[in-house]
Design a protein around this ligand. Structure first.
Ligand code: E4P
Length: 301
């Protein structure tokens, strides 16, 4: 599994590169804004991105900012022309750039992906929230598809009435398996109580119970990644899945268990992954137990 760093923060990228475990970087306009705000305009955007591309050992995803295919294609070409001489670049295109129903822009992203792919430019399809969207991205020939695992977890928790910052924190693990079990148990109880399955189907409470804790049959961000991988494997699509919007190490483990191609991680999640209380305790004990004869092996070889 490849690990990308989900940041536009140069210092974080430099550190992760020095640890030799990252294979690429993903940015988005919000991450770039955060990084640039911290520098108060002291460096030009162009030089800043060049620096990121230069030091990253693998693709750097850079996002377009239009909603119209023609302009996305121009922006994609521009980003590619300007930055690919310094390293590998992938152009991030939203699967659906529409801002509201009926604006007619739903397929602009897919049109842009097709064209850029035709020109040999790698595309990372972003903001994927359903397996259906991922299927379309693969059909368009995208090099990467980025399902937003954390945002799906946020959405499901919000549907359950849970508030971010109050009932859970952004980095908290979402125990989707436990929730699913609890929901299934409640449903069975409610169906039994209704008397028959036919009667149960007509009951509003049961319909509500059925739709809670999921998003059109997706039970979590990890479940979304699992379903996309299954579809890609069934049809032999070459598109690589980047598990994105990752919030904690346990989510990384779960997408790794699925055999995801890539996970893009915020710096804090990457730092958490190497830690365990017993590792630190074990390390302390080993250091305390070093006898002088053993030390001598290194000091007087
Ligand atoms: C990466 O490609 C995405 O832009 C990013 O993972 C989104 O993460 P967030 O949901 O934590 O903002």
């Amino acid at each position: 599994m490849k690990i990308f760093l989900d940041t536009a923060e140069l210092d974080e990228i430099k550190k992760a590169v020095s640890w030799r475990i990252i294979d690429g970087v993903t940015t988005n306009p919000s991450l770039i804004k955060k990084a640039v705000d911290r520098r108060n305009g002291k460096i030009s955007m162009e030089d800043y991105i060049k620096e990121i591309v230069k030091i990253t050992p693998g693709p750097v995803s850079l996002e377009v900012i239009s909603q119209i295919a023609e302009d996305m294609i121009k922006q994609g070409r521009l980003l590619h022309e300007n930055f690919s001489p310094f390293g590998e670049v992938a152009i991030k295109i939203p699967i659906n750039p529409s801002l509201k129903d009926g604006d007619g822009l739903d397929f602009e992203g897919l049109k842009a992906i097709r064209q850029l792919i035709k020109e040999g430019i790698a595309v990372n399809t972003t903001l994927i929230m359903t397996p259906e969207q991922a299927l379309l991205a693969a059909k368009a020939g995208a090099a990467y598809a980025s399902p937003f695992a954390g945002r799906i977890d946020d959405y499901i928790r919000a549907n359950l009435g849970m508030k971010i910052g109050e009932d859970f924190q952004k980095g908290d693990y979402f125990n989707h398996k436990l929730l699913r079990k609890a929901r299934e148990r409640k449903l069975i109880e409610a169906i039994e109580h209704a008397g028959s399955i036919r009667e149960a189907y007509e009951k509003r409470e049961i319909n509500i119970l059925q739709s809670q804790g999921q998003d059109h049959g997706i039970y979590s961000g990890v479940d979304l990644v699992a379903k996309i991988l299954r579809i890609y494997r069934l049809y032999g699509f070459k598109t690589e899945v980047i598990a994105a919007s990752i919030r904690n190490p346990r989510q990384v483990r779960e997408v790794a268990e699925l055999g995801v191609h890539i996970a893009t991680l915020p710096f804090n999640v990457l730092k958490e992954m190497v830690k365990h209380y017993k590792t630190t305790e074990g390390m302390r004990r080993f250091m305390e137990d070093i006898v002088p004869q053993y030390q001598d092996l290194f000091e007087n070889p």
